[in-house]
Design a protein around this ligand. Structure first.
Ligand SMILES: Cc1cc2nc3c(=O)[nH]c(=O)nc-3n(C[C@H](O)[C@H](O)[C@H](O)COP(=O)(O)OP(=O)(O)OC[C@H]3O[C@@H](n4cnc5c(N)ncnc54)[C@H](O)[C@@H]3O)c2cc1C
Length: 496
């Protein structure tokens, strides 16, 4: 390696697009295992495992080019390393502040743009300027145009439609225990896993949540390629149709399970999208699946990244619905066995056992419960960021504060994602063998989601009145015969 300054990588910058670009290919690489970063929050045990294994896999794969420094902090690690470094724009406000300070101190000589996303924050600022509202759909269509994805030569969308959501909201197939799609890629653990597990066991002062368990997600470039290939070959053709559905016996459904390798920076998002697009042109996967997947990666993922920077660090302080309830211990300890409602218990068990729950469980089961019970949005954000294996700071504000909790009062979402048990019943097989009845509002078997929905509406009515999309449910609230009884019951509820 020739360049003077080495390339300092954070653990979410591990792919070739970070290390083999024109400004980086001839640099030595340094990664820091910071004791402070590992210990200062109660992360899921499997999250820490994935991050450490990913750092060490890069060292194994790139050999002498990579130095891993174990140190108390990033700053101490760079001091010990002793050479100036360049670094890509990092993925959090805190890391951004640190990198700026290190630049002022001369430790960092240059901050390179991040190749982890397809659009620079400067281009987004240009795009968003003068727009009265943040609309993901507009952004997504421009992303397709910008990168030439799923377009006809005249610039129109292939198949004549930008959006195939209409085909992608099916409930689960009736009577099925699983979707019956081919299983996702699964890693074979190796000596790095063994070593990481032993190191985590031996680490003093480490507080983790969740169960340890077999590693389920890709941590090296080769593994990430295999996981992607398996998804594209075997699961992309069924992606989308049941994206909003839940089955108790099928934790993976037809989801991509790629958020870990993508967020670790092992896969280049545009390359992922182009490979999926090829499957459509080859006739291997239908448009609804490929468009649905493209929307997730080129649309949603990029959107929440851009909003993180655009809305700034203070955005996470929003608490428009004045939700002040502390997160209960069974929630922070991921105690799925303390929960009776089947949908909530299954989702929580997924977080406990895998550090993973799929999107609709995050939004309509976990997030919906937190919204109804008034959990403090910033505390909840912290919980999502630490309890999930794919949790990183930039993903949280738009997804949790904006979408899931409506804590920003409507900056990101046009209405709260709140729903009663009827929605969960329609979209899952959970309610059949649950002791609660989604149709019952009052009594022993009153569904906590159904009753919780009306109690939340009652509490939030004043703050929601200005939102025209809430006019209908607010009207229904006025006509609710047992409103007072529901509110009283839910006020006292401590069993879910
Ligand atoms: C409350 C809440 C918390 C979330 N927390 C996280 C998180 O910590 N980390 C995370 O990566 N995603 C998060 N998401 C978004 C989404 O739920 C996950 O990306 C997805 O469930 C990961 O599983 P998958 O790889 O099987 O994704 P699929 O559902 O198969 O989607 C494919 C890919 O699209 C991307 N994607 C789709 N939707 C989003 C989105 N809203 N935001 C960002 N990326 C998206 C991901 O890279 C994902 O791997 C959250 C969503 C909600 C509502």
């Amino acid at each position: 390696m020739t360049a003077d300054a080495a390339l300092w990588l954070f653990a979410d910058q591990l792919g070739p697009h970070f290390t083999d670009g024109p400004d980086t290919h001839d640099r030595d690489i340094v990664l820091i295992e910071s004791a402070h970063a590992l210990r200062h929050k109660g992360y899921h045990r499997q999250k820490l495992h994935l991050v450490l294994a990913a750092i060490r896999a890069l060292r194994r794969d790139l050999g002498d080019r990579v130095t891993v420094v174990e140190a108390a902090s990033y700053r101490a690690g760079l001091r010990e390393y002793g050479r100036p470094v360049v670094v890509h724009e990092p993925g959090s406000h805190a890391a951004h502040r640190l990198v700026r300070r290190l630049r002022e101190d001369g430790v960092v000589t240059e901050i390179l743009p991040t190749p982890g996303f397809t659009l620079s924050t400067r281009d987004f600022a240009e795009w968003v300027r003068d727009r009265p509202r943040y609309v993901m759909e507009d952004f997504y269509r421009d992303q397709r145009r910008r990168h030439g994805v799923l377009l006809e030569p005249d610039g129109e969308p292939v198949g004549g439609r930008w959006n195939t959501d209409h085909d992608n909201r099916e409930p689960p197939p009736s009577g099925a225990d699983t979707l019956g799609v081919p299983a996702p890629w699964h890693p074979r653990e190796n000596e790095i896993d063994e070593r990481v597990r032993a190191d985590l066991d031996a680490m003093s002062g480490l507080h983790t949540v969740g169960e340890d368990g077999p590693r389920r997600f890709a941590v090296s470039r080769t593994e990430a390629k295999r996981a992607l290939r398996r998804f594209l070959d075997a699961r992309l053709p069924t992606f989308g149709t049941h994206q909003d559905a839940m089955l108790g016996g099928d934790w993976a459904m037809s989801h991509a399970l790629l958020s870990v390798p993508i967020n670790l920076g092992l896969l280049d998002p545009l390359d992922v999208v182009r490979q999926a697009e090829r499957r459509y042109h080859d006739g291997h996967a239908p448009l609804s699946s490929v468009e649905g997947f493209t929307r997730q990666i080129l649309g949603w993922r990029e959107w929440v990244w851009q909003l993180y920077w655009h809305l700034g660090p203070d955005y996470s302080r929003h608490n428009a619905l004045r939700a002040e309830t502390p997160l209960p211990a069974w929630w922070t300890e991921l105690d799925a066995d303390a929960v009776t409602a089947r949908c909530l218990s299954v989702a929580m068990a997924g977080v406990r056992d895998r550090g993973y729950a799929h999107h609709i469980q995050r939004l309509m089961v976990l997030g919906n419960h937190a919204l109804q019970r008034g959990y403090h949005p910033a505390r909840l954000t912290e919980w999502f960021a630490t309890a999930f294996v794919d949790g990183f700071p930039w993903v949280m504000p738009a997804n949790v504060i904006g979408m899931s909790q409506y804590a920003d009062g409507g900056i990101v979402a046009t209405k709260p994602y709140a729903a009663g048990g009827a929605y969960i019943n329609r979209m899952s097989d959970h309610c059949g063998d649950c002791v609660y009845d989604p149709k019952v509002r009052v009594g022993e078997n009153a569904c906590p989601y159904t009753a919780g929905y009306w109690a939340w509406m009652d509490r939030s009515a004043g703050r929601l009145r200005g939102n025209h999309r809430m006019a209908k449910p607010l009207g229904s609230l006025e006509r609710l015969r047992d409103r007072a009884a529901v509110v009283e019951q839910e006020h006292d509820r401590n069993r879910f």
